[in-house]
Design a protein around this ligand. Sequence first.
Ligand SMILES: NC(=O)c1ccc[n+]([C@@H]2O[C@H](COP(=O)([O-])OP(=O)(O)OC[C@H]3O[C@@H](n4cnc5c(N)ncnc54)[C@H](OP(=O)(O)O)[C@@H]3O)[C@@H](O)[C@H]2O)c1
Length: 302
Amino acid sequence: MEIAVSGSTGLIGSELVRILRAKGHKVRRLVRSENELGTENILWHTRQGIRDLHRLEGIDAVVNLAGASIAAGRWTARREKGIYESRVEGTRLLVDRIGRLQKRPGVFVSASAIGYYGDRGDELLDETSSPGEGFLSELAQAWESEASRARDKGMRLVCTRFGIVLARSGGALAKMLPVFRLGLGGKLGGGKQWMSWIALSDLVQAIVHVLEKAELQGPVNVVAPAPVQMELFSKVLGKVLRRPVLLPVPGVALKILMGQMANELLLSSQRVMPRELERTGFQFTHPELEGALSEILKPPAY
Ligand SMILES: NC(=O)c1ccc[n+]([C@@H]2O[C@H](COP(=O)([O-])OP(=O)(O)OC[C@H]3O[C@@H](n4cnc5c(N)ncnc54)[C@H](OP(=O)(O)O)[C@@H]3O)[C@@H](O)[C@H]2O)c1
């Protein structure tokens, strides 16, 4: 297949591009800087459009991963605007421009997040569950709503609701590692909140699965089938690192340090099941947390 990927330099995008190329697919990276323009890449900007749009004529698929970082700092009004616009307006622009092609791609895969469900305690959530409340939920709803216009333009649309991506090189785990390695890690807040995680390698294979399975459309939860509560996550991480897990970090301290971001990213509870992936036969390499963390954190082979 020939596949256009936005957000291709990110944690997920860079691994996806590597795996797609290894599988023999042709990748056209949608890049935002002239410096990144190569023969295969195409320049785009969330407001200005896609330069040389005709070069996307006849591509088979789009994977839209672009968005300003959610966890890079306190959510000021300005940062919230950037987080929102880069996803909602960026997706609108991609759908509009790609919808103008004579030969449109068969499938448009657009990133979303399990933040869609809001803070839901112990409730088991699947793709049919209702949306929740809060900034991240409203963001995911608006993001998916823009993406859904791809369907009106004749493309198969899948919104991949990613869980917490576990990788050595970035994302939530990379932020936790230094503290846990010092033996200073612990559960955050009450520890009863559910964390729906997925290993980066499984997530990338899930995107490939979604691209290939013509029967999949609409929202698809991209999470491992065994979510855990935060206190168990901390214990397992300490065990894999062989470090004590002693110090709980009170929710109130997190809220003072991080504001609303602490509530929605660290303290909220989402117990999400990958029903659509399971229904369509996706096989997880890392269905359990301990095995996933052991693999992700094992010393690299030279
Ligand atoms: N990692 C997770 O745990 C997680 C969980 C749920 C959902 N997601 C979602 O999945 C997507 C990919 O996640 P990721 O972890 O790979 O994110 P990431 O590492 O932050 O990468 C996102 C990419 O988006 C592009 N980007 C950055 N700022 C932008 C802006 N202002 N406007 C347009 N594009 C911008 C950049 O790629 P270029 O420089 O190549 O354009 C960047 O590398 C994101 O939309 C994220 O919200 C991630």
